[in-house]
Design a protein around this ligand. Structure first.
Ligand code: BGC
Length: 751
C-alpha cells in the first residue's frame, strides 16, 4: 500500500515536473513568438571575429551587431576571456538575451595538434580517431568554443587538391567509419556536457571532386557515382547524429551547393532526415554572384529557399532577408525554420540554461595540452605513419651506427603541425632533432642540405601566409656540398624532406606533386655518396615518388604528425615503435595518372599487357606506385586461405568468413586485415573492388590469429540503376589481404 502511494506521488511529481519544464519545441516556439523578423534574421548571421580569415571579406562592426541582436554566433574567437566578452554583449545588452554560438575550425586537435586528418585516417583505428576528437572537444570547449567545423569527409581521388590533407582519402567505407567516429567523439552522448561540442560535417557535397584538383573548382558527377562513391560519408555523419552541416563552395549539376534545393532539402532533409543546422561555407552565398547565379539579393533568396539556415560571413540574410520576405520571395516559414534550427543547436548545448557553460578559466588550465593529450598526440602520430619501403630491413636504425640526419625538416617545428591547425602553437611542437637529443644525446651528424623551398615565387606565396620559410645565406651548391661531406662521414643517411605545411590544405592545389625540386637535387647528391638512404617524408597529400622509390632504401611517410611528431618519428626510426599505418589514398606514379584509385571500374577493355587495344598508358602501368590500404611493418605477415562457412547466402542469413594471419617476422606488430568485395554482375557497372570491412590485429612475433568477419546482404547493397539501395542476386568475389592489391580471393553467391 505504502509503495503504491509512493509510486503515485512519484508519477505526480514527474507529471508536474514535465508540466513545468517546457520541451525544446515549446521553449523555442515561445521564444520565437517574441522575436521580430529582424531578430530572427540576426540569428542567421555568423560573422568571423579574430584572425583566421579564409576568404576575401572580413566581418565588420561585430560587437555593435551583437548588441543589436543581429548575430547568431561568431567564429574564430576563443579563450575564456575573449568568448566571455562577446557572450556578455549578447546576454547583457540585447533585448532577448539569446546566447551566441562560438565556432572554430578544430580540425585535427585544438591546442594539442594531432596528425593531419589524412595521416590520422592511415591509422585505420576508429577508437584512436574518436579519442582524438574527444580530446579536441575537451580542449576547444575549455577554450570557450562549442562548435567545430569538422569532420571534413569529402572523398578525394585527386591528390593535386590540397585539401586532401583535411579528409580521410578515397574510400567511402573507411571515410564513413571515420566520419561516424569523429562525430561521436566531438558530440559525445550529451551535448549539454561542458566538454562536448557541436560537430559540423563538411563540405556538403562532393567538394573533393573539384575538376583538375583545383580548389573551389566545378564539380560534375553522375547521380550513380554520387550515391555510391561520394555521398556515403556525409550520410554516415548524419546517421551518427551530427548536429550541423556545412554547404560546399562547388556546384552540383550546374547549381552551387549553397543554392541547391535538391541537395539541401530533398536529399539531406527529406530523404536522409537531417534536422540539424545547415551553415554555409565562408561567403559561399556571396560567391554565387561570381558563379553567375544573380545579384546579392537573388543569391540570398536562392540559398534560403534551398534550405540554408546560417550565413557564414556573407551578411546577405541580414541585409536582404526582410525585403525578400516582404516581397514574398522567401516565406516567413522558411526564415522561421532556419531560426529554429539555430536556436535548437543552442538549446541542445544547454546555452539557454547557462550561456557561460563553456567558459571556465579553471578548465582552461587543466584541459589544455595536459599530459594525457600530449601522450595521445604521440600515439596518434605513431599510428598514422606508413612505411612505404624497407629494403633489406634498413629500418629500424641501429643507434650504434654513425647516422647523418640531413634535410630542411630535421630541426623544423613550423611545419610539423600541418595546415588547419588553427589554435595550435608550432613552438610547442617537438622537432625530430630535439627528440633525438632528448633520447640519445648529441651523437648524430646533421646538415640542412637545402632550403625547404628555393623557388622564390612559391616561397613568397607561402611566407605571405606565415610560412616562415627561410633562405639560408649559403648558396644551394654550398649547402649540398656540406650535406654530402656530412653524409660521407656517416654509415647511413636519414633524409628528412617534404612539403611546407602551406603546400597542402585550403587553396593549396599543386599541378606537380613531387618533392620540391631543390630537395630532389639534394637527394640525388646524397644518393651519389653510395650510402644507404632512409627517406622520412612530411607532407599533407600523396606525392609522386617514383625516383625516391627506386633509389632510397627505406621510405617512411609521417605526414604532418602534429605536436609530438618528432618523438613519434624517433621512436619509429629506432624501433621503439613498429609502424602499422596503411594508406587511405593511392600514391600515383606521376601526375598524368591522376585520378588513380583502387575502387575503379573494369571498363570493357580491361588492362592486358599483351593486347594493344586495352585501357592503359604506353609509358606507365595502370596501377599506382603505392595502392590504397598499403603499408609495411618491421615484421611481415602471411595470410592463409579464406574460408567461408557457406557458399551461398540469402537476404536472411550471413556468411562467416575467416582467415588466419601469421606474424612470421622478428618483431611484434599490428596488421590491418582488409576485406573487399566485387559484385560480378549488376544493373549498373560495379567497381573491381570495394572495401567492406577491416580489422586491426596485434600479433606477437611467430603468432597466428584467426580473423573472422560476418557478411550479410547489407554489405552487398548499392544504389542500382533506379537509384534504389538494394542488393542484386548473383555471384560475388570476396577478397582479403593486407592492402587492396595483394589479396586472396573466393567466390560466393547471393540467392
Ligand atoms: C573553409 C571551411 C572552413 C571555413 C571557416 C572556409 O574557407 O572552406 O572548411 O570551415 O572557411 O574557417
Amino acid at each position: 500500500m505504502i509503495r503504491r502511494i509512493l509510486l503515485s506521488c512519484m508519477v505526480l511529481i514527474a507529471i508536474n515536473a514535465s508540466a513545468q519544464q517546457p520541451t525544446m519545441d515549446q521553449f523555442i516556439t515561445k521564444l520565437m513568438q517574441r522575436m521580430t523578423l529582424e531578430e530572427k534574421l540576426g540569428q542567421l548571421n555568423l560573422p568571423s571575429v579574430g584572425f583566421d580569415v579564409t576568404g576575401p571579406i572580413l566581418s565588420e562592426d561585430v560587437e555593435e551587431k551583437i548588441k543589436k541582436g543581429l548575430v547568431g554566433g561568431v567564429f574564430n574567437t576563443f579563450t575564456p576571456v575573449a568568448v566571455r566578452k562577446l557572450q556578455d554583449l549578447a546576454i547583457k545588452e540585447t533585448r532577448l538575451k539569446i546566447p551566441l554560438l562560438f565556432g572554430y575550425d578544430v580540425v585535427h586537435g585544438h591546442r594539442t595538434i594531432f596528425p593531419v586528418p589524412l595521416g590520422l585516417s592511415a591509422g585505420w583505428d576508429m577508437d584512436l580517431i574518436k579519442r582524438t576528437a574527444i580530446a579536441a572537444a575537451d580542449e576547444a570547449s575549455a577554450d570557450g568554443l562549442n562548435w567545430t567545423f569538422s569532420p571534413m569527409v569529402d572523398i578525394a581521388r585527386d591528390p593535386r587538391w590540397g585539401r586532401v590533407s583535411e579528409g580521410s582519402g578515397e574510400d567511402p567505407y573507411l571515410g564513413s567509419q571515420i566520419a561516424k567516429a569523429m562525430v561521436q567523439g566531438y558530440q559525445g552522448d550529451d551535448l549539454r556536457k561542458n566538454n562536448t561540442i557541436l560537430a559540423c560535417v563538411k563540405h556538403f557535397a562532393l567538394y573533393g571532386a573539384s575538376e583538375a584538383g583545383r580548389d573551389y573548382n566545378t564539380v560534375d558527377m553522375s547521380r550513380i557515382r554520387m550515391y555510391n562513391e561520394y555521398l556515403p560519408p556525409y550520410k554516415a555523419a548524419v546517421d551518427a547524429g551530427v548536429a550541423t552541416i556545412m554547404t560546399s563552395f562547388n556546384e552540383i549539376e550546374g547549381i552551387p551547393a549553397t543554392a541547391n534545393k535538391w541537395l539541401l532539402t530533398e536529399l539531406l532533409q527529406k530523404q536522409w532526415g537531417f534536422h540539424g543546422l545547415i551553415v554555409t561555407d565562408y561567403t559561399a552565398i556571396n560567391e554565387m554572384i561570381a558563379h553567375g547565379m544573380g545579384d546579392e539579393k537573388k543569391v540570398g533568396e536562392l540559398s534560403l529557399n534551398a534550405g540554408v539556415d546560417m550565413d557564414m560571413v556573407g551578411e546577405v540574410f541580414i541585409k536582404h532577408g526582410a525585403s525578400l520576405v516582404k516581397e514574398g520571395k522567401v516565406s516567413i516559414a522558411q526564415i522561421d525554420k532556419a531560426c529554429r534550427r539555430i536556436l535548437e543547436a543552442k538549446y541542445k548545448l544547454g546555452l539557454f540554461e547557462d550561456p557561460y557553460r563553456y567558459i571556465s578559466e579553471e578548465r582552461n588550465k587543466s584541459a589544455i595540452m595536459n599530459t594525457d593529450k600530449i601522450a595521445l598526440s604521440k600515439e596518434a602520430a605513431i599510428k598514422s605513419m606508413v612505411l612505404l619501403k624497407n629494403q633489406s630491413q634498413t629500418l629500424p636504425l641501429d643507434a650504434t651506427k654513425k647516422i647523418a640526419f640531413i634535410g630542411p625538416l630535421v630541426k623544423d617545428r613550423r611545419n610539423l603541425i600541418g595546415s588547419w591547425s588553427g589554435a595550435g602553437d608550432y613552438k610547442k611542437a617537438v622537432s625530430i632533432w630535439s627528440a633525438l637529443e632528448q633520447q640519445n644525446g648529441h651523437k648524430f651528424l646533421y646538415a640542412k642540405g637545402c632550403n625547404l623551398i628555393d623557388d622564390p615565387a612559391l616561397r613568397k606565396r607561402l611566407n605571405d601566409h606565415d610560412g616562415q620559410i627561410q633562405a639560408e645565406a649559403a648558396s644551394p651548391e654550398q649547402m649540398i656540398a656540406e650535406a654530402v661531406q656530412t653524409a660521407q662521414q656517416s654509415e647511413i643517411i636519414v633524409a628528412v624532406l617534404g612539403e611546407a605545411f602551406g603546400m597542402s590544405g585550403e587553396a593549396a592545389s599543386r599541378s606537380m606533386i613531387g618533392l620540391p625540386e631543390n630537395q630532389q637535387t639534394l637527394l640525388r647528391a646524397l644518393k651519389a655518396t653510395g650510402k644507404p638512404i632512409v627517406l622520412v617524408l612530411m607532407n599533407g597529400r600523396p606525392l609522386t615518388l617514383q625516383w625516391e622509390n627506386d633509389n632510397c632504401d627505406a621510405i617512411l611517410e609521417t605526414w604532418f604528425g602534429g605536436t609530438q611528431a618528432g618523438p613519434a618519428i624517433a621512436d619509429v626510426l629506432f624501433g621503439k615503435a613498429n609502424p602499422s599505418g596503411k594508406l587511405s589514398m593511392s600514391f600515383p606514379r606521376n601526375t598524368g595518372q591522376i585520378p588513380v584509385y583502387y575502387n575503379a571500374k573494369n571498363t570493357g577493355r580491361p588492362f592486358d599487357e599483351n593486347q594493344k587495344y586495352t585501357s592503359k598508358y604506353l609509358d606507365i602501368p595502370n596501377t599506382p606506385l603505392y595502392p590504397f590500404g598499403y603499408g609495411l611493418s618491421y615484421t611481415s605477415f602471411t595470410y592463409g586461405e579464406i574460408s567461408l562457412d557457406k557458399k551461398t547466402i540469402t537476404a536472411k542469413d550471413k556468411i562467416q568468413v575467416s582467415v588466419s594471419v601469421t606474424n612470421n617476422g622478428s618483431y611484434d606488430g599490428e596488421e590491418t586485415v582488409q576485406l573487399y568485395i566485387r559484385d560480378l554482375v549488376g544493373t549498373v557497372t560495379r567497381p573491381v573492388k570495394e572495401l567492406k570491412a577491416f580489422k586491426k590485429l596485434m600479433l606477437k612475433k611467430g603468432e597466428t590469429k584467426e580473423v573472422s568477419f560476418s557478411i550479410s546482404v547489407e554489405d552487398l547493397k548499392f544504389y542500382n540503376n533506379e537509384l534504389k539501395y538494394a542488393a542484386e542476386p548473383g555471384k560475388f568475389k570476396l577478397m582479403i589481404g593486407g592492402n587492396s592489391k595483394e589479396v586472396k580471393e573466393v567466390e560466393f553467391e547471393l540467392k
